[in-house]
Every structure is written in structure tokens, then in C-alpha cells.
Design a protein around this ligand. Structure first.
Ligand code: GDP
Ligand code: MG
Length: 458
């Protein structure tokens, strides 16, 4: 197969964009249509990701006369339930995502989080393709299920084509205002040389989906062969820390490169220091049709990248999502690896003035904490921070925040981003007078805090 011939791993793709642009629907569409047409062809819903085998993509993109050999074994798309998810993944070094899909609603153009996503992509130097979604909303659109966009466009009336052109031009202008050159993908002669490609899509009737899939795999295979060349150095990111009935605390990871084995000794960054443990079980969900076997996972002796995996091991309770997982090899010094595992955490921690006055900040992952700290530091916002935490808000966090009650009352506040507040914590906060603001959009925390300050001033 192509996999052996080229020894490439599957590219990893993130879907980003403003809320309601259709990120979830696009993923559903890619997944669902195939299942409906009985050609699931090995699509598997993995831990935090969906795997699309190359054969499946070939089948789906037939009418575009794709090169039968896609060179990569498949495509691993990270499921992003919230629009902020990408910020949760602190991509170090070569990073987690090889490519991103930036989704823009053709009826709305660029929105606040489109620009936020764009800035993240720029900052991380991640290549991306723009899905100009919801083309079926153009007035009078004639549905051409699963057709390539050129073919679908030919079926449209002059009015629809005109509205499409107008809106496309508007979006291209808006990107230009952000310093980004864009062009329809099939007209883009400068792809990879500074002009980003736009693929018009509908996540409802699937026009343009073949184009998007093909462009993703062809483009990554063509331009990233070095980056995608499989190697044995384990590169692995913790997506989530989860308690599973019968298993205890597990971590969901994306294995970007290398192989993991049952029994491997691993080091993970933890709230209370490095966690050294060994893999008790490597788990993946059963293939889609067997998903009804609820709560059970397939066990593996070893798993090769790129994959989404659930790891069961002892002592993972305080593991921090968004950090790297390390393997202790036979020649490795465990102390060096512990040091490496904690490096991300230390760099974030070092940015907080612990003895000073400021609010308490709590976030779901190290990456989201980092994003929030960066945001709070910007001159327009400028909210000082005295303490930080990762994970849900507990009583102990309220206690820490309450220290400010005597120093500077307005800072006796917890800004909780993308986390839950336990009932006990809320009760204690109400009792002592600590304010807790929760949001899953960073800006909303600022708005709430600002209202709180204004309120106190009156
Ligand atoms: P997300 O917040 O970006 O994940 O957006 P969703 O996938 O949840 O979609 C938001 C809304 O837009 C839902 O009501 C979808 O049904 C709708 N939607 C998404 N994609 C399309 C599309 O291509 N065409 C149309 N007409 N509606 C869409
Ligand atoms: Mg969504």
C-alpha cells in the first residue's frame, strides 16, 4: 500500500473558525455521507479525532480524477467540539496539527473568532485551507449532492453565480485586510507561496466536500513529505484527562509520531510535578458500527502514529491536558525526561507574578490557560493575575482567590475559562464573597470582569 511505499504518517488536521460557521457539521458531513451510502470504508471515530483512510477519500473524490495513490495512509481530523479547542493544544516543536481548515460562513464573512483563529495559525506557522461554507444558503441554490464545486456551480442560475462572486470577492477583501492573500483553490497558482486556497462548501448538501478532502491530502503529501515521514521518535499530546467508569483516570492523547506499547514507561506533566507511570492499557473505541457496545474499548499491544488513543495508567489524576507525553527509552535518564515534561508548565507559570495583586485564573488546559494569560496581558485588557489553576474550580481555588479580599477586593475573583465550578466551590465563593465568572469564550470573561469593576465603582 501507499503507506509502506512512502512511509508517511497520516496528516493531522484541525477545524477552526467562528461559532456556527459549520465546523461540526462539516465533520459530520464528511463522516456521515459515507456511512449513509454504505461505504464507511474504515472510517473510525477515534479518541478526540476521526480517521479517514486514503481509500475512502479516493472513493469520495473519484469525479475529480484524483491520483489513485494519495501517498498518505489517511487523514486524521481532530474533532473540535468548541471553537476554542485549538488554543487548548499547545503545539510545541513541529506541532500537533499539520494543516487546518479555517471555516468561514459565506453569508457572514470574517468574524471575531475567524480573526482569532487566523492569528493563532499565523503565530504557529500552520498552513490552512479556507472552507467557505454554507454555499447552499445562496438564494436559489440548486442542490447537487456531493458534487465538486465547479460542477455544482455550473448548475446554478446566473443570479446565484453572481451572488457567489460578490460574496467571494468580499471575503477575499476581508482576508486582505488581515494581511492574507486568498484565492479560489482551482485558480490558485501560488498555493504555498503566500496565497491561501478557498474551497466553497456546503456541509448540508456536500457540494465542495470532495474538493476539500482531495486538496487536504494531496497538498499535505506534496508539500510536507518530510514532516510527515514516519519516524520512531514518539511525539504525543494529551488532549483530555477523563475519569472513565471501571478504568479510573485516563488520558486521551493524539499520537503524532512513533509507536506506543503496552507497558511503556511514560512521563506526563502534572499539576504537582512530573508523573512517571507505565501504560496499563492502550485503548481505542471499536469501529463505528460497533459503537453500540457502550463503554468498551478495543485493547492494543502497540499503536503506531497517527492515532487518537485512550491511555489507562496509574497516577494520572493530576495530568495536565495540552502538554506532551514522553516515553522513557532504555537509554534515557528519567530525570532529564521529567525536566522536559515540566518545561511547558514552568514557562507558563513563570509569567505570573505570584506575590502580586490580581485575579485568579482557571482554565481547562495548559494551552487555554496560556491563551487566557496572553489575552489578559494585552494593553486593552490589562488585568493583573496573582494565581493560576488548571481543571475545574474547587474549594481550594476559591480559598486561594479569597486572599485578595483583604488586599484588593475587586481582585477576589476567579476567571474560569472552559471549566466547571463544583457546587461546593460556588457555595464557598458565595459565602466569603469571591466572584466566579465562567465562560467558554475568552472575551466574555473580560466583559464580565469589566462589568464587575464598573459595578464596584458605582
Ligand atoms: P460550529 O459551531 O462551527 O460547529 O457550527 P455547527 O456545525 O454546529 O453549525 C451551526 C449551524 O449551521 C447548524 O444549525 C447547522 O445545521 C448549520 N450549518 C452548518 N453548515 C451548514 C451549511 O453548509 N449549510 C447550511 N444551510 N447550514 C449549515
Ligand atoms: Mg461545533
Amino acid at each position: 500500500s501507499g503507506q509502506c511505499e512512502y512511509n508517511l504518517r497520516s496528516p493531522i488536521c484541525c477545524i477552526m473558525g467562528h461559532v456556527d460557521t459549520g465546523k461540526t457539521k462539516l465533520l459530520d458531513c464528511i463522516r456521515g455521507t459515507n456511512v449513509q451510502e454504505g461505504e464507511a470504508g474504515g472510517i473510525t471515530q477515534q479518541i478526540g479525532a476521526t480517521y479517514f483512510p486514503a481509500e475512502n477519500i479516493c472513493e469520495r473524490t473519484k469525479e475529480l480524477k484524483a491520483d489513485a495513490n494519495l501517498k498518505v495512509p489517511g487523514l486524521l481530523v481532530i474533532d473540535t467540539p468548541g471553537h476554542e479547542s485549538f488554543t487548548n493544544l499547545r503545539s510545541r516543536g513541529s506541532g500537533l496539527c499539520d494543516i487546518a481548515i479555517l471555516v468561514v460562513d459565506i453569508m457572514h464573512g470574517l468574524e471575531r473568532h475567524t480573526i482569532e483563529s487566523l492569528n493563532l495559525l499565523k503565530m504557529r506557522n500552520t498552513n490552512f485551507i479556507i472552507a467557505l461554507n454554507k454555499v447552499d444558503r445562496l438564494y436559489g441554490w440548486k442542490v447537487c449532492h456531493n458534487a465538486s464545486i465547479v460542477k455544482a456551480m455550473k448548475q446554478q442560475s446566473k443570479d446565484v453565480q453572481f451572488e457567489f462572486r460578490t460574496r467571494l470577492t468580499q471575503v477575499i477583501t476581508e482576508f486582505k485586510e488581515q494581511g492574507i492573500n486568498t484565492e479560489l483553490y482551482y485558480k490558485n497558482k501560488d498555493m504555498g507561496k503566500g496565497t491561501f486556497s478557498i474551497v466553497p462548501t456546503s456541509a448540508i448538501s456536500a457540494e465542495g466536500i470532495p474538493d476539500l478532502l482531495l486538496l487536504l491530502v494531496q497538498w499535505t503529501a506534496k508539500t510536507m513529505s518530510e514532516r510527515l515521514t514516519y519516524n520512531n521518535i514518539v511525539q504525543c499530546t494529551v488532549l483530555e484527562v477523563k475519569v472513565v467508569e471501571g478504568l479510573g483516570t485516563t488520558i486521551d492523547v493524539i499520537l503524532v509520531n512513533g509507536v506506543l506499547h503496552e507497558g511503556d514507561q511514560i512521563v506526563v506533566c502534572g499539576m504537582q510535578g512530573p508523573i512517571v507511570t507505565s501504560i496499563r492499557a492502550l485503548l481505542t473505541p471499536f469501529p463505528m458500527k460497533e459503537l453500540r457496545v457502550k463503554g468498551s474499548y478495543e485493547h492494543h499491544k502497540e499503536i503506531k502514529a497517527s492515532q487518537g488513543i485512550k491511555i489507562n495508567a496509574q497516577g494520572l489524576e493530576h495530568a495536565i491536558a495540552g502538554t506532551s507525553l514522553y516515553i522513557v527509552g532504555p537509554d534515557d535518564d528519567v530525570e532529564d525526561i521529567k525536566e522536559a515534561a515540566m518545561k511547558d508548565m514552568r514557562s507558563v507559570m513563570s509569567r505570573v507574578d505570584k506575590c502580586g495583586e490580581g485575579v485568579y485564573v482557571q482554565a481547562s488546559t495548559l494551552g487555554s490557560l496560556e491563551a487566557l494569560l496572553e489575552f489578559l496581558k494585552t494593553p486593552e485588557v490589562s488585568i493583573p493575575v496573582s494565581g493560576i489553576g488548571i481543571g475545574n474550580v474547587h474549594k481550594k481555588d476559591v480559598m486561594k482567590a479569597s486572599v485578595m479580599l483583604e488586599k484588593k477586593k475587586e481582585y477576589a475573583t476567579i476567571l474560569a475559562f472552559d471549566v466547571r465550578v463544583t457546587q461546593e466551590a460556588q457555595e464557598l465563593a458565595d459565602e466569603v464573597g469571591v466572584k466566579i465568572y465562567t465562560a467558554d469564550i475568552i472575551y466574555h470573561l473580560f466583559d464580565q470582569f469589566k462589568a464587575h469593576i464598573d459595578n464596584l465603582k458605582e
